[in-house]
Design a binder for this molecule. Structure first.
Ligand code: ATP
Ligand code: MG
Length: 245
C-alpha cells in the first residue's frame, strides 16, 4: 500500500467538508475521485498533503504516519499535488518555475536546472523554457503545474482538476501526458469532472458527495449507480417515454 487514509473528517467550525472518508492506493494504480461541486474532493486532497490537518482520521504514506506532518515533509516523502488554481510564479520563466520543484531533490542550481530541463522535455514545454509564466494560456499553465510537481520526483501525484478548461484536443494530449508520467512509475490520484478523462485513465474511482464516499469501483460501473446519478442530478434519473416531459 502506498497511501492509506482512514476515517478522514475535516470540520470547519461545525461544517464537515469531509466526513469519515477513507482511501487506500496501491503502488502503480491510477485512482479517480469524482463528485459534484463542493463534495469535498479538494479538501480531502488538502488533508492528504498536509495543507490541512484533519479533525479526525489518519494518513499513512509509504509506511509512515504523516497525519500531522508539514506539507514540506509530505513533499520530501514523495507526495506531490497540483492545485486546482495553478500556483504559478508569473514573473519567473517557465524553466525557473519548474526549478522551484526541482530544488527539493537538487540543492545545487546546476543540478536543478538540468533536472528541470528533463521535466520540460517530458511535459512538452521545452520550446517555452525561457518565456515568462504569465505568457501562458490555460493549457500551458495546466501543463506547467504538472511539470513543477513532477520536478519534485513524487512517488504519488495528486492531480486536482489538472485538465479542466482544456479543449477536447488538449484534453487528449493531457491524457497522453498523464499516461507517460504513470509509465515512469508514478502512482496517481486524479480529481476530474471530465468523464472521458476518468473513464480512459482510471483503474477505479471513489465518488464523493457532501463530504462522504458514497460509491467506489470501476468508473464505467459506478457512473450507472443510482446513488451516484442522484448525487449529480439531485434526484434519481427517470426514464421518459418519448417527447419532452
Ligand atoms: N477553509 C474552508 N473553510 C470553510 N469551508 C470550506 C473551506 N474549504 C472548503 N470549504 C467548503 O467545503 C466544501 C467542500 O469544498 P471542496 O473545495 O473540497 O469541494 P470540491 O469537491 O473540491 O468541489 P469542486 O469540484 O467545486 O472543486 C464546500 O462547501 C466549501 O465551501
Ligand atoms: Mg475542488
Amino acid at each position: 500500500m502506498l497511501i492509506k487514509a482512514e476515517g478522514i473528517t475535516m470540520d470547519f467550525g461545525g461544517f464537515k467538508a469531509v466526513s469519515d472518508a477513507s482511501l487506500s492506493v496501491e503502488r502503480g494504480e491510477i485512482v479517480g475521485l469524482i463528485g459534484p461541486n463542493g463534495a469535498g474532493k479538494s479538501t480531502f486532497f488538502n488533508c492528504l498533503v498536509g495543507d490541512l490537518r484533519p479533525t479526525q482520521g489518519q494518513v499513512w504514506f509509504d509506511g509512515v504516519d504523516l497525519t500531522n506532518a508539514t506539507p514540506e515533509e509530505h513533499a520530501r516523502r514523495g507526495i506531490g499535488r497540483t492545485f486546482q488554481l495553478p500556483a504559478t510564479f508569473e514573473d519567473m520563466s517557465i524553466l525557473e518555475n519548474v526549478m522551484v520543484g526541482a530544488f527539493l531533490r537538487h540543492p545545487r542550481t546546476q543540478d536543478a536546472t538540468q533536472a528541470a530541463h528533463e521535466i520540460l522535455e517530458l511535459t512538452g514545454l521545452s520550446g517555452l523554457a525561457s518565456q515568462k509564466a504569465r505568457s501562458l494560456g490555460t493549457p500551458g499553465r495546466k501543463r506547467l503545474e504538472i511539470a513543477r510537481v513532477l520536478a519534485t520526483q513524487p512517488k504519488l501525484m495528486l492531480l486536482d482538476e489538472a485538465l479542466a478548461g482544456l479543449t477536447p484536443v488538449e484534453v487528449q494530449r493531457a491524457i497522453d501526458l498523464v499516461r507517460r508520467i504513470h509509465k515512469t512509475g508514478v502512482t496517481i490520484v486524479i480529481v476530474e469532472h471530465i468523464m472521458e478523462v476518468i473513464l480512459s485513465l482510471t483503474d477505479r474511482v471513489l465518488v464523493f458527495n457532501q463530504g462522504r464516499v458514497i460509491a467506489s469501483g470501476v468508473a464505467a460501473d459506478v457512473v450507472n449507480d443510482p446513488a451516484v446519478i442522484e448525487a449529480y442530478l439531485g434526484r434519481p434519473r427517470t426514464r421518459t417515454r418519448g417527447g419532452t416531459p
